[in-house]
Write a protein that binds this ligand. Structure first.
Ligand SMILES: [Zn+2]
Length: 342
């Protein structure tokens, strides 16, 4: 690698580690970053965490020329070719990075944008709130992978010079010449779209584990804000009516929430099912998980909370359809990513 490429890699690695610890920008293994060095696209590997960028090798080199040729001929189902010996698989969203002409590309499920992107009519808000430095285009919801890549390719053809693509019910892609440029755009966007949460942490009575057949089965979530999803009635109603909002939420937390009106309802339900859910919400009480609920799932749950507390009563939420949910849950690449989840 040239000195410039080395410096670029160092600045990107540092930036990834920084944003990786900001739950309003990155949640668990979500989000990915890439840079282009001649004919190589270095992209975050599937299942790895941006937060680990300084400690681990999270990037995998793929053949950029090969991807561009395939995408140019309309082959959006192309499998990226990994260069060298890496045992890691490139991100599911690698094609988005290849489609952007920019040297550095960052794709995030950034909360301040996502809180809008799950609503009807978000485009009108973005037109009034974002200034000219953000040259954006957008695509409707598409399953990540080939479908999303095709939609993004089409959107970019009609928007030369775009440095931001908003993905409905999903997130944002930002391109720039270097990290400083990307960071500036992301900061401007976050400030312009900032929505104060409608609830603030409040004091909860201390929750105890939920026992079943004499043994503790569910433990209260340690992030105490999350209990508001069960204790605030409008959040609980949103949870029941608007669960499936974006791909990672469904992939990590399932197609629907497990909600119970009270402890008795939970007891009755537990008697009647073979496989008890990992995450449950008890109305007016709180949110509980089994002990093996992973950090990746906890991060997704926090993401969902952060999106919901930015909605007011008037906002109309657009959920994924049962068909879109099915496409996400039966997808091999996602199952590989879930296998790596820690
Ligand atoms: Zn994504």
């Amino acid at each position: 690698m040239s000195v410039y490429a080395d410096q670029l890699k160092a600045s990107i690695t540092k930036y990834c580690a920084k944003i990786g610890t900001d739950p309003l920008l990155v949640q668990g293994a979500g989000g990915n970053v890439s840079w282009k060095d001649k004919d190589t696209l270095w992209v975050k590997a599937s299942g790895t965490w941006l937060a680990d960028a300084m400690e681990k090798d999270i990037f995998v080199p793929v053949d950029l020329q090969h991807l561009r040729l395939a995408l140019g001929s309309g082959n959006f189902a192309v499998t990226p070719m990994v260069l060298g010996e890496s045992a890691l698989k490139p991100s599911i969203e690698t094609l988005l990075h290849a489609l952007m002409a920019h040297r550095v590309v960052v794709h995030l499920h950034a909360i301040e944008a996502l809180a809008y992107l799950v609503r009807s009519g978000w485009q009108t808000d973005f037109q009034s709130r974002l200034d000219a430095s953000i040259r954006w285009t957008s695509v409707g919801y598409k399953k990540p992978g080939a479908d999303l890549a095709e939609a993004v390719s089409l959107a970019l053809q009609g928007a030369s010079g775009a440095n931001v693509i908003f993905l409905q019910n999903h997130g944002v892609v930002v391109g720039g010449e270097d990290i400083a440029e990307v960071e500036q755009v992301l900061n401007d966007m976050t400030v312009a779209l900032n929505t104060p949460p409608i609830y603030h942490p409040d004091k909860l009575s201390s929750l105890v584990p939920v026992s079943y057949e004499g043994k503790a089965l569910y433990y209260p979530i340690t992030d105490s804000d999350i209990h508001q999803l069960a204790t605030k009635i409008d959040l609980f109603n949103r949870l029941e009516s608007g669960w499936a909002l974006y791909p990672d939420h469904v992939v990590f937390l399932g197609a629907h929430p497990h909600t119970y009106n009270d402890m008795e309802a939970l007891d009755r339900a537990l008697c009647n099912i073979d496989e008890t859910p990992q995450l449950i919400f008890i109305k007016g009480v709180g949110a509980f998980t089994k002990q093996d609920f992973s950090s990746a799932k906890n991060a997704q749950l926090r993401c969902y909370y952060d999106v919901l507390v930015r909605q007011n009563q008037e906002h109309v939420i657009q959920t994924l359809t049962p068909q879109q949910i099915g496409e996400l849950l039966n997808w091999d690449a996602e199952q590989y990513r879930m296998g790596l989840a820690k």
